[in-house]
Ligand binder design. Structure first.
Ligand SMILES: [Zn+2]
Length: 223
């Protein structure tokens, strides 16, 4: 079986992340999926499998032309993963989920506005909701790509959410953050109309976020 032992450590960390998606309630049933860029294309979770039973050989190696290798069929959202990874060279991992609060807002076709400064973690002043299209279609992938313009996460109308990152860990952390923001925004909406931060404040926050969590590089290591 070609490629089964290739990227073994990466496959194992994908399975660990998929299980963390269950533990963190990002996943509802087997609806979530995950991809990571590799030299030949990308590794993707298989369709309809319980993450608790996944072994490294179950992950599917996909090419950008849609061909796949391995003993399993790829997630039905392979087109979405393919199109994001093809269009966004800085993205190394894509996470898709039907998490409860992101999906609740997405069913109302609501963006997440600047109600909290952490919205900027997704790259801008809001988290957009992509218009609806049937799951697994090129149309859906195009809507999501447009909603991800200048962003690292978006909601998907009547469906769920997507978070991307330079690697698996970054995509997972952002997905948890966006789901938390969606839950807070939903709660605030139960009481009234949340007060939004203005453009000048969000510009300040976005500027701070460029260096947030980054350690300064020691001068001796600078190229
Ligand atoms: Zn889905």
């Amino acid at each position: 079986m070609s490629g089964a032992c290739e990227h073994l450590a990466l496959r194992e960390s994908m399975i660990a992340t998929a299980r963390r998606m269950n533990a963190s309630a990002l996943n509802q049933g087997t609806s979530g999926n995950l991809s990571v860029r590799v030299e030949a294309g990308f590794l993707l979770t298989p369709t309809g499998m319980d993450y608790d039973s996944l072994v490294p050989e179950d992950l599917v190696l996909m090419r950008f032309d849609g061909r796949h290798e391995g003993r399993r069929s790829p997630s039905s959202e392979w087109q979405l993963h393919r199109d994001i990874l093809a269009a966004r060279p800085e993205v190394g991992a894509v996470l898709h989920a039907h998490s409860m609060f992101c999906t609740t807002l997405a069913c109302l076709h609501r963006d997440i506005p600047a109600f909290h400064y952490m919205v900027s973690a997704a790259g801008g002043t809001d988290v957009r909701c992509a218009p609806y299209a049937t799951f697994g279609t090129v149309e859906l992938a195009a809507h999501v790509l447009a909603a991800l313009e200048g962003r690292k996460a978006c909601l998907m109308a009547n469906h769920g959410m997507v978070a991307v990152g330079r690697d698996l860990s970054a995509a997972f952390k952002l997905a948890v953050e966006v789901e938390t923001l969606a839950a807070m925004y939903w709660r605030a909406l139960q009481v009234g109309e949340p007060v939004l931060l203005d453009g000048a404040e969000m510009a300040r926050v976005l500027e701070k976020f460029k260096t947030y969590g980054q350690q300064p590089t020691p001068p001796s290591r600078e190229a």
